[in-house]
Design a protein around this ligand. Structure first.
Ligand code: BGC
Length: 409
């Protein structure tokens, strides 16, 4: 409560002075070409209501953006709306009373009937109250391949992880980096988790991330995943880019063979005018096990003092779930919509595969829904080290991984 008092005092000073409409600053980490095109759809729809979207993009990815967002909110300088991933990233802010309770709007608009899968709304819910709007489903389990790179290397475009590993020497012989990977801390752990689900299956993934089972994490099946991660780090040894979209660009330009990355990569291929199937190939579940995680993005609305801004927050929250906004935003973002009752006939082949896998129910939660941000941060750090330091053996890294998993909350 103390937090709220401080917050109300601070924001009262900068209450919006407009008469009929409000300006809302919206923070997010969508700064790549595809991401910027997608977020512009939200801004356009919100501006059409007569309110004004003040874009608060924070560069550097979620790992950089989230601490900034959190410290602004806890420090009494909240934005009007902000992105977080589905899951536990905003848990402490909600518990501290800093986030607006959206339950009335959610009930009035029947979000519980609209949002699918229901785990997305569960991730917004604390003690029966709803604190966020899920806007998309993003899955991690994709291998994006450059058709040009494989043509240049004289080998067929792989259809599975093993074929991709086998093609690496042919790519290298032509000066092509087999696996593009950037240095942002979440990229290597993300790739490892994709290897885990794809090669060892959903049950094992859930034992590790859901049950925090250290014995399973230390066991033979996860050792096999670490061996694959060792292949991956060798294939990525010459990939010296930083941001995930720079790595995607290596694939787009045929300088790299492939990238393990979430389906947000699709937005980049789209902005570059590339066509799925012709210019690039996508393999869900690395061509081994077609399963997708139902992570993604949700918007939270910090408690504000100003009435007009508060009213406009409600308008933005409800607009983000409107069918046409869901279609326009998700087609650009490369994500799947959170409602199943809308027309996605314009989706490309990769997105259609994602929709089929979702419809078949081959889904797992995202680690952000299963582990605290602290524990996931430790896992990120471990994989940054593992991918950058060849002297760390797979066995050493696995032992450290199992310890983090056993202590995770
Ligand atoms: C978000 C995506 C975003 C990606 C890369 C993920 O955490 O869910 O929306 O495109 O980060 O910035």
């Amino acid at each position: 409560m103390k937090h709220i008092g401080t917050l109300l005092g601070a924001t009262a000073l900068c209450a919006a002075s407009s008469l009929s409409a409000a300006e809302l600053e919206v923070t997010h980490w969508w700064t790549s070409g595809g991401e910027a095109a997608a977020v512009a759809e939200f801004a356009k729809a919100f501006n059409a209501t007569g309110n004004k979207w003040v874009d608060g993009a924070i560069a550097g990815g979620g790992g950089t953006a989230r601490p900034i967002m959190i410290s602004r909110i806890t420090g009494g300088d909240p934005m009007a709306a902000t992105q977080f991933n589905h899951g536990r990233q905003a848990e402490e802010l909600v518990e501290a009373g800093l986030m607006r309770d959206l339950t009335d709007i959610a009930n009035a608009e029947g979000w519980a009937d609209i949002v699918h899968p229901s785990s997305l709304l569960d991730s917004c819910t604390l003690d029966g109250h709803i604190y966020c709007v899920p806007v998309n489903i993003h899955s991690w389990q994709w291998l994006w391949l450059s058709n040009k790179a494989f043509a240049d290397a004289g080998v067929a475009v792989p259809t599975s992880w093993d074929e991709f590993v086998a093609a690496a020497p042919a790519l290298e012989a032509k000066g092509i980096i087999p696996l593009a990977m950037g240095q942002q801390s979440w990229q290597s752990s993300g790739a490892f988790n994709v290897l885990m689900v794809s090669l060892a299956g959903a049950d094992l993934f859930l034992k590790v991330y859901g049950d925090h089972d250290a014995d399973v994490a230390a066991g033979a099946e996860v050792a096999r995943v670490f061996a694959a991660a060792d292949d991956a780090r060798k294939m990525a040894a010459n990939s010296s880019v930083q941001d995930w979209n720079q790595a995607t660009n290596l694939v787009i330009t045929g300088k790299a063979g492939g990238q393990i990355m979430g389906d947000w990569a699709q937005g980049e291929f789209q902005v570059a005018g590339q066509v799925a199937g012709t210019d690039y190939t996508c393999l869900p579940g690395l061509g081994v096990n077609e399963i997708i995680s139902t992570g993604g993005d949700a918007f939270y609305f910090p408690v504000l003092a100003d009435e007009e801004q508060t009213a406009a927050q409600g308008e933005l929250a409800s607009l983000m779930l409107k069918p046409e906004v869901q279609v326009n935003f998700n087609l650009k973002k490369g994500s799947l919509p959170v409602r199943g009752d809308i027309d996605l006939s314009a989706a490309n082949d990769c997105m259609k595969k994602g929709l089929e896998i979702l419809a078949a129910g081959n889904v797992i939660p995202d680690p952000n829904q299963l582990m605290s941000p602290d524990s996931l941060g430790q896992i990120n750090d471990l994989f940054v080290e593992f991918f950058n330091d060849a002297s760390i053996t797979a066995a050493d890294a696995q032992a450290r991984f199992a310890e983090i998993v056993g202590n995770a909350d």
